[in-house]
Every structure is written in C-alpha cells, then in structure tokens.
Design a protein around this ligand. Sequence first.
Ligand code: RB5
Length: 145
Amino acid sequence: MRIGIGNDHAGCSLRQPVIDLLNELGHEVVDFGADSPEPIDYPDVAVEVARAVAAGDVDLGILICGTGIGMSMSADKVAGVYAAACSDCFSARLAREHTGANVLCIGGRVVGPGLAQELVTAFLNTQPSSEDRHVRRRQKMSDIC
Ligand code: RB5
C-alpha cells in the first residue's frame, strides 16, 4: 500500500521506527515530515496527510504527535477522513474493522517505538468489516455534517 506519514516535533521519536516498519513490510512511504525536534503545529501536518488520504493519493495515513489527539481532531475535519488515536492494539484493529478508520494517530509521548510498530501492524493488517451493521453505522457517520 501507499502510506502517508506525518508528525510534529512531539512525534519525532516514533517517526523513524514507523517508517522502518513500513519499509520492511513493503509499503510505499509518502513522507510529509517532519524530521526535526523544532516545534511545529500539528494541524499543519495533519491537514496535508488527511487531504492526501481524501484525494486517494495515499491509501492510508499515519499521524504522530504527542498524544495522537491533536492530529486526530485535525485530520477528522477533512471530509472522507476517519482518524483514530490509538494506544492499544485492540483499538487499532477495531478502529479499522468496525469504524473504517483510514488514518491512525499515535502519541509519541504515550507509547514507545515497539508498541507504535505493533499498532501500525494491527491497523494495516485489518480491513473494514463488510457486515451489515458496520456498513450501516459507517454510512451514518458519513451522513453527519
Ligand atoms: C505539542 O506540544 C503537543 O501539544 C502535540 O504534539 C499533541 O500532543 C497534541 O495533541
């Protein structure tokens, strides 16, 4: 898959471990930065990755900030984007399987590199469920706004 990745300064520590994993798994990485501890504003990065997902330029997105929350709230503002901040593998899997998340958000101040890689693996290995109830609920989410 083609995966868009972006982070702010607080997500910098997880950036390379996640990129390394994506390369190992054979995914194409589209890097929206940033490779620096210099403070930047997470909405600026989130919107770029989210727009790439919404446009179909990348299949899925991964956003990393301090908590994953600012990135997820910002990315979710873009129509067609469903961003989920996750810090456990069960949530990362169900974010995709039930709720059809297309952007995974991770907190660099919440999880370490090993868990971050497991979250990404769980997310990428899961497809949105085609069971009626999940399709119906995702449609209802999509109808909001
Ligand atoms: C930056 O200090 C921090 O607020 C940001 O990375 C993120 O955690 C916001 O949700």
